[in-house]
Design a protein around this ligand. Sequence first.
Ligand SMILES: Nc1nc2c(ncn2[C@@H]2O[C@H](COP(=O)(O)OP(=O)(O)O)[C@@H](O)[C@H]2O)c(=O)[nH]1
Ligand SMILES: [Mg+2]
Ligand SMILES: [Zn+2]
Length: 317
Amino acid sequence: MFYFAAMKQMQAIVYKSTGSWYLVRTEDGKMHPARIRGHFKMEGISSTNPIAVGDEVLVEIEDLPETTVTISDILPRKNYVIRQSPHSKRQHHIIAANLDQSMVFITLREPRTSQGFVDRFLVSCEAFHVPAILVFNKVDVYRAKEMQQLEDWKAMYSAIGYQVLVTSTVTGEGLDDLKAALVQKKTLLSGHSGVGKSSLMNVLFPELELRTAAVSEWSGKGMHTTTFAEMHDLPNGGCVIDTPGVREFGIVGIEAEELSHYFPEMRDRINDCQFNNCQHLREPGCAIKAAIESGDIAMQRFESYLNIHASMEKPGY
Ligand SMILES: Nc1nc2c(ncn2[C@@H]2O[C@H](COP(=O)(O)OP(=O)(O)O)[C@@H](O)[C@H]2O)c(=O)[nH]1
Ligand SMILES: [Mg+2]
Ligand SMILES: [Zn+2]
């Protein structure tokens, strides 16, 4: 039998990337494993992964005795979220591309998410022009002090323009609002491991059948998850990108001098500072300091600003 190697070119979307192979969906709706041709050099970013989940690509399909799919080109990105590699500050990893929004899942207990983590995440979203939504999960296990903190954080983040949702897979609280926020959107799911990202998606969309971790798996220190970011279509339109837990959010591509542009409550007041290059540290006539004193900017947010600012000044950042 003689096989005629016909080659077709098609557009596709990347659903999964392991670094060595990819899962893509071609325009005709079929899913295929794929590999990349040659090497892709992205302008301006050096990343450990040239192609990420959510990327739109061109593929070449060869129907030899077996179908082989090769990614030959990448189409321009609308946006992308990138973070520092936990292994090296010089290496960057693209988490996902072409997003409509990003959700950060936060738990105030089992495990506890720090405000520093949340604010770093929000700064990244602002810098990459991806709207962010905060989801406080596991409210069923919060005691009085966590409930108080929830109220404080809800007020603080709502006041500066972020949508805040409060959920529990146990009581069902907030699930309708969460589902409504996901419809027809491409959403990146982010947050520490064990906060319930996959569980929430499974409750909302049982057909997804995402793998969830048993309590013993995530509560222990040094837990290792080897899963990769993966995109899933939602039955009622839209899709979610489930990521393995992120321990820390290294901010990439932002200079300390411009950090306050990515705090919405600061951005709105920067022009009122006496100096146009004000870093809001010890400069006179600082509108940010004045807004903290009058209670218009939350002290906790300013502390996050100072912490992130200080980490950016360190050599090697
Ligand atoms: N009490 C409580 N446990 C939850 C809730 N959501 C998820 N969990 C549990 O948290 C653990 C981690 O959930 P998982 O979905 O794997 O977290 P992920 O790593 O963020 O995807 C599992 O044991 C879930 O059963 C919730 O709302 N309340
Ligand atoms: Mg998960
Ligand atoms: Zn200032």
